[in-house]
Design a binder for this molecule. Structure first.
Ligand code: EPU
Length: 423
């Protein structure tokens, strides 16, 4: 990665970022905006890599630095000062981070990005869980806001979030969870997820540290479950391996993509999947005798199981041609889908139709609940304008479902996953 991607939003940095973006095979968000959008694009790139979306669609010139700050905040495990304060908080956070690095105590912080300022409630979890994680040396955080780990940026805290760094640590975390009978969930890239505002009294296994990718000369690519899908696709294309380029616009982890059988432009990840290592909720490697089955936006991999690794088989291709294709696909995605904080398409497409078109034809673009709004660019997306609650998103989606059912007779099915508290 060019060192310019670390620079602030000035011209030099902008140019280097742009050049780097091109080299990496990404298209710039808006033609013409060269002077401004470099740093913003770099941030967007980081957002993609981290599985996060930009705060607001049109705000590329402004939100770059802010997002970088926000992203750093995520990476450093800090909460943002105020929910909607993206324009201000980038520099503020950087200052705070510097203070910490220099050994100074930064001023007191307020709540997380989705939390609206108030400190989230502390949740219940058997203290033996954190004791066991500590003992085996698996990193974890308590009371960790899920809004920091989802592209939509809503959701209350997880009682405990563990960050296994290898398939073996993933297996051990699941095994100790079984021993202690701790309820749990698996978090991939968080790019297709709405978590309720109340948070979860559960152990969330965050797979983001499982990100090793090995590109074999024979066209076989092994990627750990938490590896970022877009980065993996770009790497394969640069290595002259074809077959996965259509997935270049899909945020999230490769493991999440496999479970959801993610796809775009006629491609689904199951088209190239060769092997998949899945641990069940108890940490046992599982493979049904008939193999895993995949269908439109779904698979037979059960909830609570974790994808430790996938292996895809690609075919030789021309790196320059593949680079061109992924640039075009990126541009097409930027043209037809919103930026900003969202969780991708909310509903599955009903057979022979498009949920987005149906919602659009009912004039529901721009419908809102609080800070959650139906995208003007694509009606099957709900965007968090900053400070939305999960309740706003869920109410708005329910409103869309009801209107579509009442006026067209079509029953839309959720595509996005919703994590509610267990009864
Ligand atoms: N359309 C409208 N209004 C809208 C949105 C779409 O009229 O607001 C029309 C378009 O003009 C087009 C048709 O609907 O004629 C289809 O739209 P698009 O090409 O955007 O595809 P889609 O069916 O809405 C699917 C996937 C997307 C994927 C795109 C591109 C689902 C639910 N959605 O969208 O995947 O990126 O194709 O391949 O399968 C996702 O899974 O989260 C997702 C966004």
């Amino acid at each position: 990665m060019a060192s310019g991607s670390e620079r602030s939003p000035e011209c030099g940095g902008a140019f280097v970022s742009q050049q780097w973006a091109r080299e990496e095979g990404f298209a710039l968000p808006r033609a013409g905006d060269l002077g401004e959008c470099g740093a913003a694009f770099t941030s967007e790139q980081r957002a993609y890599e981290g599985g996060f979306a930009l705060p607001r669609a049109g705000d590329l010139g402004e939100c770059g630095a802010a997002f970088t700050g926000e992203q750093r905040a995520y990476e450093g495990g800090f909460a943002l000062r105020r929910a909607g304060d993206l324009g201000e908080c980038g520099a503020a956070f950087t200052g705070e981070q510097r203070a910490r690095e220099g050994g100074f105590t930064p001023p007191q912080r307020a709540g997380g990005p989705g939390g609206g300022g108030a400190a989230p409630p502390r949740l219940n979890m058997d203290p033996r869980v954190t004791a066991a994680l500590r003992e085996v040396g698996i990193p974890y955080r308590e009371n960790e806001p899920l809004s920091k780990h989802t592209s939509l940026g809503v959701g209350g805290p997880a009682a405990v979030m563990a960050f296994p760094r290898s398939p073996e640590e993933l297996r051990r975390t699941l095994a100790l969870r079984k021993e202690l009978a701790a309820p749990h969930r698996i978090l991939g890239g968080g790019s297709n997820l709405v978590v309720v505002d109340e948070g979860l009294d559960e152990l969330v296994l965050n797979t983001r540290e499982l990100r090793h990718v090995a590109v074999g000369a024979d066209g076989v690519v092994d990627a750990e479950g938490g590896a970022n899908l877009i980065r993996t696709v770009v790497r394969c294309c640069r290595a002259g391996l074809a077959g996965m380029q259509s997935a270049v616009g899909i945020p999230g982890s490769v493991g999440g993509a496999a479970v959801m059988n993610a796809g775009a432009y006629g491609f689904s990840i199951s088209d190239v999947l060769r092997e998949i290592l899945v641990f069940d909720a108890d940490g046992e490697a599982v493979l049904p005798p008939e193999g895993w089955r995949f269908h439109y936006r779904g698979s037979s991999i059960p909830e609570g199981s974790a994808v430790a690794r996938i292996s895809v088989a690609l075919r030789p291709g021309d790196a320059a041609e593949l680079g061109k294709q992924i640039r075009e696909l990126q541009l097409e995605r930027v043209r037809s889908q919103p930026g900003g904080r969202n969780a991708g398409c909310v509903f599955k497409n009903p057979p022979g139709a498009h949920a987005g078109r149906i919602i659009d034809e009912l004039g529901l673009k721009g419908a809102r609940r609080g800070r959650a709004v139906v995208s003007e660019r694509h009606a099957n997306f709900i965007v968090n304008e900053g400070g939305a609650r999960a309740a706003d998103v869920l109410e708005l989606a329910e409103l869309l479902r009801e209107r579509v059912a009442r006026e067209t007779g079509v029953e839309l099915e959720w595509e996005v996953k919703v994590w509610r508290r267990s009864a």
